[in-house]
Design a protein around this ligand. Structure first.
Ligand code: IFM
Length: 452
């Protein structure tokens, strides 16, 4: 039977991963330590004391993992390049052995007919740069430019599509704002400095990437933000939250300015951060925007509390999960129409920017059956309903060019360690055995049929 919902010819079907979450081999071939090595080795910061030391051992098993992508019939693979493998101390000598790994990976993908879509920064800042101040220092953005140049010199002839940053909002506000991620700092001013310097890093990368013939974009985490009630306070709070989460990076890049309401709210915290010419460089045209979508956010107005130990509590809203809405193992509400609603709104605001869904997926309590199989009906339902939502938005004219399932493999879920599994492929961390889950088989079928 032909699929009821067909995607356009050439629609990209892919899967995504990130370096620290899967590679392991943290001390191999000259790699330097990243902020995540230091953070995960600090007792009490990651659930169960998990670290990325071994992860999925992808550094050694990459060829078999690429075979899996090929067996799934996917046309694209999004991975990230670890800055500390390429420049171990962040801003010094280039480590050729680190680049060799990504060279092999890119060639391995091309040999299998799979499009490599590397992200240049997915959160593993070299620790040496954090020791010199990290993202709150403007010089970190300059160092990023030199790292990007090294990568482009080696891979620029073979990569068709680059992503500069993954979810800079998370790097800035979770890494430097509430400290739940590396490097674990808790200061709203640092978070704002970090966010501007991440934007500058993107800006510095753009002209370097433009020396290639590839498409270039950036990946942002987004959410469909709605008020918890119809009352004016919650509606106002939802507007603030929408600018804080969805606008803070998208607006500078796509409009050349920070969102007004949020900029006013931060007030003097922003003084001296933005220099002449910054926003012009940050808003250089991109070829696509990558959107990572997981949840709708229901927002309730609260008086901001500046005195708690979490500086993010100063923001005048809290997110809540409404009663009766099903949630994933992360506690995230499952509301697929949030994705279509978000895409329609985003596309109306930024009509000329093509969209790639660079991440979407869900974590569940997967069980391996006695026969070794993994049935994951909840993940299949999440996948199908969110793809239907993407399709629905496209039917209204939203320009979505591709979809990447998060994630190819179960992996190191940051502060949650290995306890939360997002993969369409199960990983037994004791044996490193990979098992295709039922959702992986279903996703392969959708990709093969170009629809569902
Ligand atoms: O695992 C992360 C990924 O690294 C970035 N986006 C969200 C995923 C799930 O939390």
């Amino acid at each position: 039977m032909p699929p009821a919902r067909r995607f356009p010819e050439g629609f990209i079907w892919g899967a995504a991963t990130a370096s620290y979450q899967i590679e392991g081999a943290v001390e191999e071939d000259g790699r330097g330590p990243s902020i995540w090595d230091v953070f995960s080795h600090t007792p009490g910061l990651v659930r169960d004391g998990d670290t990325g030391d071994v992860a999925c051992d992808h550094y050694h098993r990459w060829a078999a993992d690429l075979d899996l992508v090929a067996e799934l019939g996917l046309g694209a693979y999004r991975f990230s390049i670890a800055w500390p493998r390429v420049i171990p101390d962040g801003d010094g000598a280039i480590n050729d052995r680190g680049l060799d790994f990504y060279d092999r990976l890119v060639d391995g993908l091309l040999e299998r007919g799979i499009r490599p879509v590397p992200t240049l920064y997915h959160w593993d800042l070299p620790q040496a740069l954090e020791d010199r101040g990290g993202w709150p220092e403007r010089s970190t953005a300059d160092a990023f430019g030199r790292y990007v140049q090294a990568v482009v010199d080696r891979l620029g002839d073979r990569v068709p599509q680059w992503i500069t940053l993954n979810e800079p909002w998370v790097s800035a506000f979770i890494g430097y704002g509430n400290g739940r991620h590396a490097p674990g700092r808790r200061d709203l001013h640092d978070a704002l400095l970090a966010s501007h310097h991440l934007l500058l890093a993107h800006a510095h990368a753009m002209p370097i990437l433009r020396t290639t013939r590839s498409e270039v974009g950036v990946t942002l985490n987004v959410s469909h933000v709605v008020p918890a009630t119809g009352g004016p306070a919650d509606r106002y709070a939802a507007g603030v939250a929408d600018q804080q989460v969805n606008g803070w990076f998208a607006d500078p890049i796509l409009r050349g300015r920070y969102p007004d309401r949020m900029a006013t709210w931060y007030g003097s915290l922003l003084d001296g951060i933005v220099r002449d010419g910054d926003l012009e460089a940050i808003s250089a045209p991109i070829d696509f925007v990558g959107l990572n979508y997981y949840v709708r956010t229901h927002v309730r107005a609260v008086p901001g509390e500046a005195s708690t130990s979490d500086p993010m509590d100063a923001l005048p809203y809290r997110a809540e999960v409404p009663d009766g809405v099903p949630t994933t193992a992360m506690g995230w509400p499952v509301e697929p129409d949030g994705l279509s609603d978000f895409l329609v709104g985003f596309s109306a605001a930024h009509p000329s920017t093509p969209i790639l869904i660079t991440e979407n997926g869900s974590a569940w309590e997967d069980r391996v059956a006695a026969d070794g199989s993994v049935a994951d009906p909840d993940r299949i339902a999440y996948l199908e309903s969110h793809l239907a939502a993407v399709h629905e938005s496209m039917a209204t004219g939203v320009d979505v060019r591709g979809y990447f399932a998060w994630s190819l493999l179960d992996n190191f879920e940051w502060a949650e360690g290995y306890g939360k599994r997002f993969g369409i492929v199960h990983v037994d961390y004791r044996t490193q055995r990979r098992t295709l889950k039922a959702s992986g088989r279903r996703y392969a079928e959708i990709a093969r049929q170009n629809g569902l």
